[in-house]
Design a protein around this ligand. Sequence first.
Ligand code: SF4
Ligand code: SF4
Length: 346
Amino acid sequence: MTCEKIVFVKSNILYNLETALKIAGVAQAFDGLGKVAVKLHMGEYGNLHYIRPAIVRQFVDILKNLGNSPFLFDTPTLYSGSRDTPSKYIDTARRNGFCSEVIGCPIIISDGASEIATKGAIGSIKVAKALCKADGILILSHGKGHPDLGFGGAIKNLAMGCVAKKTKKDLHTMSQPVLAAECGGCGKCVDACTKEGISLKDGKAVFNYDNCFGCGVCIQTCPVQALKPRSASIDTLFSETFFTIVEALRPKPIFFVNVLMDITPRCDCFPSAGKDEGFPICSDIGLLIGTDAISIDSASIDLIAKNCGDILEKIHHVNPMRLINTLKKDANSKGVKLIPYELLAL
Ligand code: SF4
Ligand code: SF4
């Protein structure tokens, strides 16, 4: 059976990267291509576990040697913090080691977006214009735990990281829980929520939407199905956004890289590593390169499970395969052929 090849660099990343990119087909697909967007989360201020600038510089140098004009790219955050405007983000990126002098290419932070209609619950999404204008795209993601999805990697970096604030907000608020039936007041949803997004008042569930990003754990936990998402589950919304972006960008070459190092319990949006949940939650594993985000995230989750058991689900109460399985189901209904992955270890 044909398999999706994922190149797995276990060690000596800086020395092995050029060979790995050749084996993965990146060097061939991006040979003299033109403008290449390297999508990267450059870390909230205070966080020290984002992808290291030395690794990013190596990607940029290789892309330039192939005759391209790469640029680092990200979108401002929805939440208030050190990256919620382009100018604040540029300042934070500099402090974190990402500036053109160090990385060797321009850094573009922009909320400019093109609107694309979708067929699902979201209705339309706003995709970053910088991606739409690029000739090729490298989605460079830090693989780690994620409070809403269990695992944050390629799918999250594309579907949440490459859209404007309006769509980021839709992804989180349209999946927040609402009461669908009589609440029995058992409190199981309160115990299951790790974010204090739900509590009991007068024996009934009430929501604190400021703390709730719509992970859906409470909905799954309720024994009497008293809860439902406002519009659709977070997995369904991510799937809709993911496939819409990929369809809009193809046939441009898109490659995905997951770096499984400094594996934190929470994403790089948090200003601390989450020491109370343990850090690192798994020892360094390496770097994965491939063309299919579903396969590369599946492989990342499998490798973390192989090395560290079900640590991702234990921390956030979210099975990291939940999102993957939703995307697989949606791919099937769209006629998108998915094949098993195979690791090619270097
Ligand atoms: S959706 Fe998640 S964060 Fe929101 S209340 Fe339910 S369990 Fe808590
Ligand atoms: S789990 Fe369901 S029944 Fe129990 S308190 Fe929460 S919403 Fe109410």
